[in-house]
Design a protein around this ligand. Sequence first.
Ligand SMILES: CC(C)(COP(=O)(O)OP(=O)(O)OC[C@H]1O[C@@H](n2cnc3c(N)ncnc32)[C@H](O)[C@@H]1OP(=O)(O)O)[C@@H](O)C(=O)NCCC(=O)NCCS
Length: 206
Amino acid sequence: MNTYNGEFLSRDDLTKLGVVTAGPDVRVHKSVVIINPEALALGDHIRVDPFCILSATGGIRIGNYVHISAHATLIGEGGIEVGDFANISHGAKIFSAADKGRGYLVGAMVPTETRQVTRAPVRLMNHAAVCAGAVIMPGVTLEEGSVAGALSYIRKDLPAWTIWFGNPARYLRRRERDDVLRRAEGIARQDSAERGTADPGSPWRN
Ligand SMILES: CC(C)(COP(=O)(O)OP(=O)(O)OC[C@H]1O[C@@H](n2cnc3c(N)ncnc32)[C@H](O)[C@@H]1OP(=O)(O)O)[C@@H](O)C(=O)NCCC(=O)NCCS
């Protein structure tokens, strides 16, 4: 199957840019904007699709088996960590820095002293998912296996293995932890068998 404009940067291309990569199966579409590539660390089995923005000014670390879909934005000024098997869907926006703006100016084109910016790390733990169009604010942790539904606005931590949606976000249901983990272990085991190595785990977090 042919794809027009379907070119991805390889691991070698990324290494030349200064990106740290842990494994060979890493693809980042050529249209992706990477700011401060030296502070971007990618695990293995990663794909970043067209028109994403990875702004790693405060560091972005991504684990294994992570797909970042088209038009996702990661503003990493306060630091962003993405665990194994976590997922970031189309158009999701993850802010580890954001203007507060009450008595201050906002935006990058005014002097720093006239702004009040909240900077705090965002963490997506293993198996967390940010669905299409969701917005994650500075300091938030999506605990293991938690889900922010499409178009939701998340400004507080999400408990492990729970699903939330909306603005303000509200609880929907629990997620099946054991089933998810069993499936993920199968993939990691198969990968190790094919490569003939013990499962290396993720060097990037936890
Ligand atoms: C959060 C989510 C994963 C939950 O899925 P689910 O557990 O199957 O939930 P359901 O579809 O059974 O929805 C249950 C109820 O919550 C509502 N709901 C679920 N997610 C919602 C959302 N993001 N926004 C508004 N309402 C939502 C549904 O309308 C439904 O309401 P009803 O009972 O009154 O009909 C899913 O709704 C979602 O947001 N999916 C988007 C996934 C995505 O981004 N995909 C991108 C392409 S990969």
